[in-house]
Design a protein around this ligand. Structure first.
Ligand SMILES: C[S@@+](CC[C@H](N)C(=O)[O-])C[C@H]1O[C@@H](n2cnc3c(N)ncnc32)[C@H](O)[C@@H]1O
Length: 173
Protein backbone atom coordinates (compact mmCIF):
# COMPACT_ATOMS: atom_id res chain seq x y z
CA UNK A 1 0.00 0.00 0.00
CA UNK A 2 1.40 3.46 -0.90
CA UNK A 3 0.17 6.61 0.86
CA UNK A 4 1.35 10.21 0.96
CA UNK A 5 1.88 11.50 4.48
CA UNK A 6 -0.53 14.19 5.64
CA UNK A 7 0.48 17.87 5.25
CA UNK A 8 1.42 18.36 8.89
CA UNK A 9 3.58 15.24 8.77
CA UNK A 10 5.16 16.40 5.51
CA UNK A 11 6.08 19.72 7.11
CA UNK A 12 8.59 17.96 9.29
CA UNK A 13 9.66 15.27 6.84
CA UNK A 14 9.69 17.25 3.55
CA UNK A 15 7.41 15.24 1.27
CA UNK A 16 8.26 11.83 2.56
CA UNK A 17 6.51 8.87 1.08
CA UNK A 18 5.33 6.08 3.24
CA UNK A 19 5.26 2.55 1.93
CA UNK A 20 3.69 -0.06 4.12
CA UNK A 21 4.27 -3.64 3.19
CA UNK A 22 3.34 -6.71 5.19
CA UNK A 23 6.87 -6.79 6.57
CA UNK A 24 7.30 -3.19 7.66
CA UNK A 25 7.21 0.51 6.91
CA UNK A 26 9.66 2.50 4.82
CA UNK A 27 10.04 6.19 4.14
CA UNK A 28 11.52 7.94 1.13
CA UNK A 29 11.38 11.35 -0.49
CA UNK A 30 8.66 12.11 -3.04
CA UNK A 31 11.35 12.35 -5.77
CA UNK A 32 12.79 8.92 -4.86
CA UNK A 33 9.26 7.49 -4.78
CA UNK A 34 8.62 8.84 -8.30
CA UNK A 35 11.96 7.43 -9.53
CA UNK A 36 11.17 4.04 -8.00
CA UNK A 37 7.67 4.05 -9.50
CA UNK A 38 9.19 4.79 -12.93
CA UNK A 39 11.70 1.94 -12.57
CA UNK A 40 8.96 -0.50 -11.46
CA UNK A 41 6.67 0.62 -14.31
CA UNK A 42 9.49 0.18 -16.79
CA UNK A 43 10.32 -3.31 -15.48
CA UNK A 44 6.72 -4.49 -15.78
CA UNK A 45 6.30 -2.99 -19.26
CA UNK A 46 9.55 -4.50 -20.50
CA UNK A 47 8.68 -7.90 -19.04
CA UNK A 48 5.48 -7.91 -21.10
CA UNK A 49 7.16 -6.59 -24.26
CA UNK A 50 9.98 -9.13 -23.99
CA UNK A 51 7.61 -12.01 -23.35
CA UNK A 52 5.09 -11.13 -26.05
CA UNK A 53 7.27 -9.66 -28.80
CA UNK A 54 10.92 -9.82 -27.66
CA UNK A 55 12.19 -11.94 -30.52
CA UNK A 56 10.37 -9.94 -33.15
CA UNK A 57 11.81 -6.69 -31.85
CA UNK A 58 15.29 -7.42 -30.51
CA UNK A 59 16.64 -10.50 -32.26
CA UNK A 60 19.35 -9.61 -34.77
CA UNK A 61 20.53 -6.53 -32.88
CA UNK A 62 24.02 -6.36 -31.43
CA UNK A 63 23.77 -2.94 -29.79
CA UNK A 64 21.01 -0.70 -28.48
CA UNK A 65 20.78 2.67 -26.76
CA UNK A 66 17.83 3.55 -24.55
CA UNK A 67 17.42 7.30 -24.87
CA UNK A 68 16.04 8.90 -21.71
CA UNK A 69 16.29 5.46 -20.15
CA UNK A 70 16.41 6.71 -16.56
CA UNK A 71 18.12 4.23 -14.26
CA UNK A 72 18.38 1.57 -16.95
CA UNK A 73 15.51 -0.76 -16.00
CA UNK A 74 14.52 -1.33 -19.64
CA UNK A 75 18.11 -1.81 -20.81
CA UNK A 76 18.84 -4.24 -17.95
CA UNK A 77 15.76 -6.32 -18.83
CA UNK A 78 16.77 -6.43 -22.52
CA UNK A 79 20.38 -7.33 -21.62
CA UNK A 80 19.13 -10.16 -19.38
CA UNK A 81 16.93 -11.59 -22.14
CA UNK A 82 19.43 -11.01 -24.96
CA UNK A 83 22.92 -11.12 -23.38
CA UNK A 84 24.65 -10.62 -26.75
CA UNK A 85 23.11 -7.13 -27.12
CA UNK A 86 25.36 -4.36 -25.80
CA UNK A 87 22.88 -2.13 -23.97
CA UNK A 88 23.55 1.51 -23.21
CA UNK A 89 21.44 4.12 -21.50
CA UNK A 90 21.69 7.82 -22.36
CA UNK A 91 20.21 10.21 -19.83
CA UNK A 92 20.90 13.57 -18.25
CA UNK A 93 23.94 13.73 -15.92
CA UNK A 94 21.97 14.16 -12.67
CA UNK A 95 19.97 11.00 -13.51
CA UNK A 96 22.95 8.90 -14.63
CA UNK A 97 24.83 9.93 -11.46
CA UNK A 98 22.30 8.00 -9.38
CA UNK A 99 22.00 4.96 -11.67
CA UNK A 100 23.07 1.58 -10.31
CA UNK A 101 26.38 0.46 -11.80
CA UNK A 102 26.41 -3.34 -11.91
CA UNK A 103 28.09 -3.45 -15.31
CA UNK A 104 25.13 -4.89 -17.23
CA UNK A 105 24.25 -1.53 -18.74
CA UNK A 106 26.68 1.17 -19.79
CA UNK A 107 25.41 4.60 -18.71
CA UNK A 108 26.17 7.68 -20.76
CA UNK A 109 25.53 11.14 -19.35
CA UNK A 110 24.40 13.57 -22.03
CA UNK A 111 21.68 15.51 -23.77
CA UNK A 112 19.89 13.61 -26.54
CA UNK A 113 19.51 16.84 -28.51
CA UNK A 114 23.28 17.32 -28.60
CA UNK A 115 24.68 13.80 -28.79
CA UNK A 116 23.45 10.38 -29.86
CA UNK A 117 25.64 7.29 -29.30
CA UNK A 118 25.98 4.93 -32.26
CA UNK A 119 23.94 1.74 -31.99
CA UNK A 120 21.97 -0.71 -34.15
CA UNK A 121 18.76 0.52 -32.52
CA UNK A 122 17.53 3.46 -30.48
CA UNK A 123 14.81 2.81 -27.90
CA UNK A 124 12.51 5.68 -26.94
CA UNK A 125 10.06 4.67 -24.26
CA UNK A 126 7.95 6.76 -21.92
CA UNK A 127 5.15 5.90 -19.59
CA UNK A 128 1.93 6.48 -21.48
CA UNK A 129 0.26 8.85 -18.99
CA UNK A 130 3.37 11.04 -18.92
CA UNK A 131 3.41 11.07 -22.70
CA UNK A 132 -0.18 12.23 -22.76
CA UNK A 133 0.62 15.03 -20.32
CA UNK A 134 3.67 16.26 -22.21
CA UNK A 135 1.82 16.23 -25.51
CA UNK A 136 -1.06 18.25 -24.07
CA UNK A 137 -3.40 15.29 -24.14
CA UNK A 138 -3.06 14.68 -27.88
CA UNK A 139 -3.68 11.04 -28.61
CA UNK A 140 -2.18 10.08 -31.96
CA UNK A 141 -3.48 7.27 -34.12
CA UNK A 142 -1.28 5.41 -36.58
CA UNK A 143 -1.72 8.04 -39.30
CA UNK A 144 -0.64 10.76 -36.86
CA UNK A 145 2.53 8.84 -36.02
CA UNK A 146 3.17 8.03 -39.68
CA UNK A 147 3.07 11.75 -40.52
CA UNK A 148 5.64 12.54 -37.81
CA UNK A 149 7.87 9.63 -38.83
CA UNK A 150 7.86 10.52 -42.55
CA UNK A 151 8.31 14.23 -41.92
CA UNK A 152 11.35 13.41 -39.78
CA UNK A 153 12.85 11.70 -42.85
CA UNK A 154 12.51 8.05 -41.85
CA UNK A 155 12.03 5.52 -44.65
CA UNK A 156 9.54 3.16 -43.07
CA UNK A 157 8.01 1.89 -39.85
CA UNK A 158 6.28 -1.15 -38.40
CA UNK A 159 3.69 -1.29 -35.63
CA UNK A 160 4.04 -4.34 -33.38
CA UNK A 161 1.00 -5.04 -31.21
CA UNK A 162 1.78 -6.14 -27.68
CA UNK A 163 -1.24 -7.65 -25.91
CA UNK A 164 -2.15 -5.83 -22.71
CA UNK A 165 -0.06 -2.69 -23.28
CA UNK A 166 0.66 -0.02 -25.88
CA UNK A 167 2.08 -1.05 -29.27
CA UNK A 168 5.76 -0.78 -30.13
CA UNK A 169 6.62 1.25 -33.25
CA UNK A 170 9.79 0.20 -35.06
CA UNK A 171 11.15 3.02 -37.24
CA UNK A 172 13.72 2.46 -39.99
CA UNK A 173 16.23 5.03 -41.36
C1 LIG B 1 9.41 9.94 -18.51
S1 LIG B 1 11.07 9.47 -18.17
C2 LIG B 1 11.11 7.93 -19.04
C3 LIG B 1 12.05 6.97 -18.39
C4 LIG B 1 12.06 5.58 -19.06
N1 LIG B 1 12.35 5.65 -20.48
C5 LIG B 1 10.75 4.83 -18.82
O1 LIG B 1 10.03 4.54 -19.76
O2 LIG B 1 10.44 4.55 -17.66
C6 LIG B 1 11.98 10.55 -19.29
C7 LIG B 1 13.48 10.43 -19.13
O3 LIG B 1 14.09 11.24 -20.16
C8 LIG B 1 15.21 11.90 -19.60
N2 LIG B 1 15.52 13.09 -20.40
C9 LIG B 1 14.80 14.24 -20.48
N3 LIG B 1 15.40 15.11 -21.32
C10 LIG B 1 16.52 14.48 -21.80
C11 LIG B 1 17.55 14.88 -22.71
N4 LIG B 1 17.54 16.06 -23.29
N5 LIG B 1 18.54 13.98 -22.97
C12 LIG B 1 18.55 12.76 -22.38
N6 LIG B 1 17.59 12.34 -21.51
C13 LIG B 1 16.59 13.19 -21.21
C14 LIG B 1 14.77 12.21 -18.17
O4 LIG B 1 15.87 12.50 -17.33
C15 LIG B 1 14.01 10.95 -17.80
O5 LIG B 1 14.85 9.96 -17.22
Amino acid sequence: MHTWLKDEEQASTKSFFEITHGCGRFEMTKKDANDNAMVAGSQITMEIILREAGRDIFEGLSSLVDVGGGHGAASAAIAAAFPHIKCRDLDLPHVVDKAPADGTVQFIAGDMFKFMPKADAVLLKALWDLYMMHLNGVERDERGWEKIIREAGFRDYKVISVPGIFPVIEIYP
